[in-house]
Write a protein of this length. Structure first.
Length: 267
């Protein structure tokens, strides 16, 4: 059955590719982008693909007028895909950057979601909410702690919503990508070097850069994004499936082993 799906963060990466894929599969997609300069190029790309069921709008989640406009759309699925990441040592990262990461990844998506939920409940309309979480929502590697803590919080929000909204016929899912190569992790790895200072901080810039480079250059740090995109195209509009969707399977297995081992970790 064809759905009307609103996608946040559709200007690039997973969101853009999966939004186009869902439209090609016959769904009506409202692809929202954070930056106004992304609107026209994406509209032109959709036009070149003859996707007449593909609408592009700006949605800056920090802009109350954008939020109000978005919540006026009549949709069946809300896919909270937009996000950003701050990396670096938790014991040294400036707290204003921590607050910003929570604002973008947790508080603003929850604000958008609450508005749609109330509309759906008042209209007695079955609907669905999808959150793009991360493999980092289920474990915490050093120097990625701030970003993944926002995804831990998102996991808790989604799990609570799933229980709270089931009586209203509103379904909730998370999608948890592994370390796919989209440029997102690479950009996040650059973020601490705008504030990390060898003259002030314990963490050395060169050592942190070397650690990030080892992770990002390893085969499991730059997996082909197409596998995740194809799964997103399936998961987001689906009427049934798993609450949590970790891709690829090897990452799911690693996370399960990690969580089990955590019970026995020494201090």
């Amino acid at each position: 059955m064809s759905k009307t799906i609103l996608v946040t963060g559709a200007g690039s990466g997973f969101g853009k590719a999966a939004a186009i894929g869902m439209a090609r599969n016959g769904h009506t997609v409202i692809a929202t982008v954070h930056v106004a300069s992304q609107v026209t190029p994406l509209r032109e790309e959709a036009g070149a693909l003859d996707l007449r069921n593909f609408q592009v709008e700006r949605l800056d989640l920090t802009d109350p007028y954008d939020i109000a406009q978005a919540q006026g759309f009549d949709i069946d699925v809300l896919w909270n895909n937009a996000g950003m990441g701050e990396a670096g040592p938790v014991f040294e990262i400036p707290l204003d950057l921590v607050r910003k990461n929570y604002e973008v990844n947790v508080f603003l998506p929850l604000q958008l979601t609450q508005g749609f939920v109330r509309k759906w409940i008042d209209a007695q309309k079955p609907a669905k909410i999808v959150f793009t979480s991360s493999m980092g929502g289920l474990f915490t590697p050093a120097n990625w702690g701030v970003y993944v803590s926002t995804k831990h919080a998102l996991e808790a929000v989604a799990e609570a919503l799933q229980q709270e909204l089931r009586p209203f016929g509103i379904k909730v899912q998370t999608i948890n990508p592994g370390a796919f190569y989209t440029g997102y992790n690479e950009t996040m790895a650059d973020a601490p070097f705008r504030w990390l200072d060898d003259a002030r901080h314990v963490t050395r810039r060169a050592a942190l850069r070397a650690e990030f480079d080892r992770f990002l250059q390893a085969p499991d740090g730059r997996m082909d994004a197409q596998e995740m995109i194809e799964r997103m195209i399936e998961i987001v509009p689906a009427d049934s499936g798993r609450f949590r969707n970790v891709v690829p399977k090897a990452t799911e297995d690693m996370l399960k082993a990690h969580q089990l081992a955590a019970w026995e970790n020494p201090i």
